[in-house]
Design a protein around this ligand. Structure first.
Ligand code: F0G
Length: 359
């Protein structure tokens, strides 16, 4: 019997493609290496001849793709002697920053919009011991404050304006290319600050330029209708959506994402809250995959673009599911149709509940 070496995280795996030295102390929680799951039932249900895969980034250590960037950003912050990190966040970045800071033994300061962060994410930032600062404002305002603090103090910003974040996140594209032995035809991805779409394109191009693969995907970025600056062609001042993770009106990677759209011959599109919630439910009920509302917009958008013919029949599509469904239990419970049955602790009552609900 042969044993495979233990997986120790994406920096170790892609060491030669990331800005680390042999003696760099790596701050890792075993992130990356997430499953690429082929949808078996949804293409049949929507009666479309397409091959859809979901990259389940919710299975990273803190439950979102942010861990890919955070392992790099915190590794470099520690290497450069930083004792504290800071971010503005709609929730997932703060959870990742809090976890990696505690792993490194440094302090995390996180600015979150009051009342607009999913419960699981808040719990994570708090339990890891981050200094949680709730502002009476939205993510975009928090981001401006963090940039000021970054200028005035030696605290390292770990939002995706930190270039190491995108370096770490590009590895998701490497994994997809390796697993599919080439690029999909389309890569569908939620867009908030647009760091992740930019990082994926970097990763795809890097393997292409090195001749490891010979094709590239078209990148398709989806935004919630109430927070869709890429669709409006300008910044949005009061963004709103149930998908709080992408409740962003002033994307930090605005210019970079337009370059991705042009270079990859892709496009941006928008989905309503109802559409993204329906996709979240469809994934849970028909594929057994539980992602958070913002993540489901990649599938919601793909289904729309398949139905309209923009994504042609026969296409191979990857949808990134950026965060785990457990991040936002409130929305999940509201979405569930069956609810919970309460009965007496008696055999007859339980039997009746079962017989009444047989499919
Ligand atoms: N999906 C989820 C679950 C997210 O948390 C985010 C961003 C995105 C998609 C969008 O990614 O910003 O790179 O375009 N969340 C950030 C945060 C803003 O603070 O956690 P992007």
């Amino acid at each position: 019997m042969t044993f495979r070496p233990r997986y120790t995280g994406l920096i170790d795996r892609y060491r030669d493609r990331l800005p680390v030295h042999d003696d760099t102390r790596i701050i890792s929680l075993g992130e990356g290496n997430t499953p690429l799951i082929r949808l078996n039932n949804i293409p049949r249900l929507i009666k479309q001849n397409v091959d859809i895969y979901v990259k389940y980034e919710g299975l990273n250590p803190t439950g979102s793709f942010k861990d890919r960037g955070m392992t790099m950003a915190v590794t470099k912050a520690v290497e450069e002697g930083s004792r504290a990190i800071i971010c503005a966040s709609t929730g997932n970045t703060s959870a990742a920053a809090a976890a990696y800071a505690s792993r490194a033994g440094i302090t995390a300061f996180v600015l979150i919009p009051e009342g607009k962060i999913a419960l699981g994410k808040l719990a994570q930032a708090m339990i890891h011991g981050a200094v949680v600062i709730q502002i009476k404002g939205n993510f975009d305002e928090g981001m401006e404050l963090v940039k000021q603090i970054g200028k005035e103090t030696p605290i390292t910003i770990v939002n995706s304006i930190n270039p190491y974040r995108l370096q770490g996140q590009k590895t998701a594209a490497f994994e997809i290319l390796e697993e599919l032995s080439g690029a999909p035809d389309f890569h569908c991805i939620p867009v908030g600050n647009a760091g992740n779409i930019t990082a994926h394109w970097m990763g795809y191009k890097e393997y292409h330029e090195h001749g490891i693969v010979n094709n590239l995907p078209r990148m398709v970025g989806y935004q919630a209708s109430g927070a869709a600056p890429f669709m409006r062609g300008k910044m949005v001042d009061n963004p709103d959506t149930i998908a709080t993770a992408i409740r962003i009106g002033h994307p930090q990677s605005w210019d970079k994402a337009w370059v991705v759209q042009k270079e990859s011959n892709g496009w941006f599109d928008e989905c309503t809250d109802a559409e993204l919630l329906a996709a979240q439910k469809m994934l849970t009920e028909h594929e057994g995959v539980f992602c958070e509302p913002a993540s489901a917009i990649s599938l919601a958008g793909a289904m729309k673009d398949i139905a309209s013919g923009k994504i042609p029949q026969g296409s191979k599509i990857v949808c990134t599911l950026t965060g785990h469904g457990l991040k936002d239990p409130d929305t999940a419970i509201k979405q569930s149709t069956r609810g919970v049955l309460t009965t007496d602790a008696k055999l007859d009552s339980v039997k009746r509940a079962i017989l009444d609900n047989l499919k």
